[in-house]
Design a protein around this ligand. Structure first.
Ligand code: CIR
Length: 257
């Protein structure tokens, strides 16, 4: 049974970091209700859902994906690229220590988990404004020792690698070819997002299922035509904070004790 670690929405979400989307008012109560439905969807897919307490001093703390990378063998506590997010790692490290041996990204390295896409034994890592060369070198040293190869991929025009591409089914990626070079993913079947929905490339695989946002109907049609049948969640308020489905959880194999 997979474990999914989540964290409840901060009251201060409206003061989140924003890079590529314009700031608009966020209804935090609605965001919390959507997040609760997201947790229920994860549970319906068979996850044991851990719900960490909100950290109201850290507006972006709901986006737990960015503060850690969990592999079968170990977990890496990141050093987020946005200084406002660095203190989020402490409570996540305490939680992850129950499940994995921990490694850490040290200064001057920065890595956001949203830049890390693990497919099989390959770790694709976005070269973005949040993830720097030193962070990638540290990630490579840790991952090499655990038997993974690390593949840096330039990202342009969006926040993270997984804003531009995600694994939507076994051997299949959903991709915005304007934000990442499709040649880096040539070995996979590729489904292109609808050009009118640039943020549509992020889906969250859980086993054979995939969670997908309600806000991209035209890309959803493409997925369905390709034989992918996602479970739909509405994350519209969290999307205003530049969040997506992968960023609200860390899903990995394990057993809750
Ligand atoms: C940030 O800019 O850090 C947050 N407002 C959004 C983070 C989204 N994280 C993700 O996609 N992995």
């Amino acid at each position: 049974m997979p474990i999914a670690i989540t964290r409840e929405v901060s009251r201060s979400l409206g003061a989140c970091e924003l890079s590529y989307v314009d700031r608009v008012a966020i209804d935090v109560e609605r965001a919390a209700a959507q997040h609760e439905a997201y947790r229920r969807a994860l549970a319906s897919l068979g996850c044991d859902v851990v719900s960490l307490a909100a950290e109201h001093d850290f507006p972006d703390a709901v986006f737990v994906e960015d503060v850690a990378i969990v592999l079968d063998e170990l977990a890496i506590v990141t050093r987020p690229g946005a200084p406002s997010r660095r203190a989020e790692v402490a409570s996540m490290a305490r939680e992850l220590a129950r499940h994995r041996t921990l490694k850490t990204i040290e200064p001057p390295g920065t890595v956001d988990g949203g830049d890390v896409l693990v497919i099989g034994r390959t770790i694709f890592v976005g070269e973005s404004a949040r993830t720097n060369a030193d962070g990638i070198a540290q990630l490579r040293a840790i991952a090499d020792a655990a038997g993974y190869s690390v593949q840096p991929v330039p990202v342009r025009g969006c926040l993270h690698l997984k804003t531009a591409v995600s694994e939507i089914a076994e051997g299949t990626v959903l991709i915005n070819r304007g934000w990442v070079d499709p040649a880096a993913f040539a070995e996979f079947r590729q489904i292109a997002i609808d050009p009118g929905e640039p943020h549509a490339a992020n889906g969250l695989r859980v086993g054979d299922a995939v969670l997908y946002p309600a806000s991209f109907p035209r890309t959803l049609e493409r997925l369905e035509a390709a034989g992918v049948a996602p479970v739909i969640v509405d994350l519209s308020e969290l999307q205003k904070a530049e969040g997506a489905v992968t960023c609200c959880s860390l899903v990995f194999s394990g057993t809750l004790t």
